[in-house]
Write a protein that binds this ligand. Structure first.
Ligand code: 5AD
Length: 347
């Protein structure tokens, strides 16, 4: 599809037109990935971050944020929980830290959880290629690094000068070279972002040959300097709609990639994740770290922190998926069907 056509789809606001878009995306999803949901038990293993992204709650200079990092044993215990619960995969996520100590720490965790046989996604930010290689060798098979926006000018409005757009792109290329199923994505409905930018983001995903897409609506954070006062903020229902339109457009364009129904969707609507599945997403990432720590991983305001670890919560998840006529792929890695498939040709 041409970028202008994609932009038109993204701009749809009429409820009937949006429903038709989601149904079209759903048909593409059924054909390429089926009516199945893969789970990733999400382990937010620390909120110490070297980056100072203007929109983010765990940015380095947010001194209002208490910091934590999980111990080796806590991450391993969470992975065991995920294996016992039949999640099939985990995603290990943290603020961005580049150091030999951190690299080794993650390496050791990966070695220890390898016998559990889980699919392991990492989301640990920008690193040097040898670090990506070491983690790959230690057992990680997927890596998620959102580009946030593929528009370099807009990127520099959202990030301080020390954050280099080109390094981030280079990291994505390095991840592909290292043999990871590589995921990227953007925030949706960011003040100042246009549907044309989002359409180009989809072209960027294709060009990078992304295997997985993780996207969610932008949500304000009270301690973040972005957006400056006076910037127009899209009302929350409009942001939810735009996020669903974007999921649908990505599914229609990229077809066989894994697309996550992000937690941020749920922050805007209690049924946000299910709506994401119906618009074309096929992955859910329930948080599996219990208790107060979860509350410290506040990327944005109102991040859901309900307990998703209990048996009751797991049943609720299965019920909500069954209610939309889908099935959870228990005990499977849920790899991206796009991975190793030939690159999608432009059509
Ligand atoms: N709203 C929505 N998503 C956010 N992220 C960070 N801050 C926000 C926010 N205010 C997302 C970014 C990042 C991921 C870890 O969290 O896309 O990649």
């Amino acid at each position: 599809m041409k970028e202008s056509e994609l932009a038109e789809l993204l701009a749809l606001a009429d409820p009937a037109a949006c429903d038709a878009l989601y149904r079209r995306a759903y048909r593409v999803k059924c054909e390429h990935v089926g009516r199945r949901v893969s789970l990733r038990g999400l382990v937010e293993c620390g909120n110490i971050c070297a980056k100072d992204c203007f929109y983010c709650g765990i940015r380095r200079s947010n001194s209002a944020q208490e910091r934590y990092s999980l111990a080796h044993g806590e991450i391993v215990a969470a992975a065991r929980f995920a294996a016992d619960a039949g999640y099939g995969s985990i995603a290990i996520q943290s603020g961005e830290i580049e150091s030999e100590a951190h690299t080794q720490f993650i390496e050791e965790v990966l070695h220890e959880i390898a016998p559990l046989g889980l699919g392991v996604t990492l989301s640990l930010g920008e690193q040097e290629e040898p670090v990506y290689r070491r983690w790959r060798a230690a057992g990680a098979t997927r890596y998620l690094l959102r580009i946030e926006t593929s528009d370099p000018g807009f990127y520099s409005e959202l990030h301080p000068p020390e954050c280099s757009f080109s390094r981030r792109v280079e990291c994505l290329r390095a991840l592909k070279r290292c043999g990871y199923q590589t995921g990227t994505g953007v925030m949706i409905g960011v003040p100042g972002q246009t549907v044309e930018m989002l359409a180009r983001d989809i072209a960027f995903f294709r060009e990078i040959d992304a295997d997985m897409i993780g996207m969610g609506p932008w949500i304000e954070h009270p301690d973040a300097p972005f957006p400056a006062s006076g910037k127009t903020v899209l009302p929350r229902p409009d942001r939810l709609r735009l996020a669903l339109n974007m999921i649908a457009a990505v599914r229609i364009e990229l077809k066989d990639v894994n697309i996550a129904a992000a937690t941020a969707l749920q922050a805007l609507d209690p049924r946000g994740r299910e709506k994401g599945l119906l618009a074309g997403a096929n992955v859910m990432m329930p948080n599996i770290i219990e208790g107060c720590r979860r509350k410290s991983y506040r990327l944005y305001e109102g991040k859901p922190d309900g307990d998703e670890t209990s048996a009751a919560a797991r049943e609720a998840l299965a019920r909500s998926v069954a209610a939309i006529g889908e099935e959870i792929l228990w005990r499977q890695h849920g790899d991206s069907p796009h991975f190793r498939a030939p690159a999608v040709s432009g059509e």
